[in-house]
Ligand binder design. Structure first.
Ligand SMILES: [Zn+2]
Length: 318
């Protein structure tokens, strides 16, 4: 074996011994989105310290790995991620570099988590839009494992919160009672809000919408909206004039009144789509910012309802 290969193997073996056998009183958990951070913090309470890897609501497909993230990952006791390749742009590379068996290797599929890596998508059931076969010839598909934007369905975040509660109980069994109590309070609030949002969006059921990126499939599924297409011909691909013309025909045919898009996409890319079809452009991030998951979801529901002229029901207001 050449010497440099031997040295590489030795250094890899050393780097996997970073695991911490004794759990501290306050567990430091690195988290990839602020939505997940909010729930880890709510359930974990005083027994956890959350370390967000990505600050703010940003396009997950465009996050670049940084040295500061590597440092946070190497120091954290545990990691919580969205999974399903949501963090494909940076986490597999960081996990590869940090080389901790307890966080997983991140080879290709980030969902290969270790004992101290909570992969949220493990708790959502079957993902939507898993490609039958990958068509690499038509450009890069940023959803090769299926649609990774499951957080836009609050029912799924409720399932994930149960998984997070149990993960924290494994991390610090001595605080199990606190984690159950905190989770119960969050789950009750989430359940009441979901009932309120469902009532609010009942008149929107079976109404058609168009989105910029294929990031709202789970949201549409949870509230019964029908997606009639995306501005991007394929997740991650910029629109062409031919595609926009075809989309405007579909929108007119199905009376689409809303184009839902994240603020990080340029409205200029829509061309005349809004004016030609009369559809309103609704700008809202597909991931929670600093205000917390439930507050963000409320904003999403309120924005879509507002564009469809649906007033908020009086009962169960946020
Ligand atoms: Zn995406």
């Amino acid at each position: 074996m050449p010497l440099f290969f031997l040295m590489l193997c030795i250094s890899t073996d050393f780097s996997t011994e970073v695991e911490k056998p004794v759990r501290p009183q306050v567990v430091e958990i690195a988290v990839t989105t602020l939505g997940l951070s909010d729930i880890v913090e709510t359930i974990g309470g005083e027994h956890v310290k959350v370390i967000p890897l990505v600050p703010g609501a940003v396009d997950p497909h465009k996050v670049t790995p940084r040295a500061s993230m590597l440092l946070k990952l190497s120091r954290a006791d545990a990691l919580a991620s969205m999974g399903l390749g949501y963090e494909h742009a940076y986490l597999p590379a960081l996990l590869e570099k940090v080389g901790r068996k307890d966080l997983g290797r991140g080879d290709g599929d980030v969902s290969q988590g270790g004992a101290n890596h909570f992969v949220a998508s493990d708790f959502i059931g079957v993902a939507l839009e898993i490609p039958v076969k990958l068509d690499r010839g038509a450009g890069v598909d940023v959803h090769p494992l299926g649609n990774s934007h499951w957080n836009t369905n609050p029912h799924l975040m409720r399932k994930v919160a149960v998984g997070l509660r149990d993960f924290l109980c494994l991390q610090q069994p001595q605080f199990k009672e606190d984690f159950f109590k905190n989770w119960e309070a969050w789950d009750k609030k989430a359940g009441e809000l979901i009932a309120h949002w469902t009532k609010w969006l009942t008149p929107a059921k079976a109404q058609s919408i168009v989105t910029y990126h294929r990031s709202w499939s789970y949201f549409a599924q949870s509230f019964g909206l029908v997606l009639r297409g995306e501005v991007e011909p394929k997740p991650g691909m910029p629109p062409t004039t031919r595609h926009l013309i075809a989309l405007s025909k579909t929108m007119t045919e199905h009376k689409v009144r809303v184009i839902l898009m994240e603020p990080w996409y340029s409205e200029g890319k829509l061309g005349n789509l809004s004016s030609m079809t009369g559809a309103k452009v609704v700008k809202v991030a597909s991931v929670s910012g600093n205000s917390g998951y439930l507050d963000w979801m409320h904003t999403v529901v309120s924005s879509v309802a507002g564009a469809l002229d649906i007033p908020e029901p009086m009962s169960g207001k946020f």
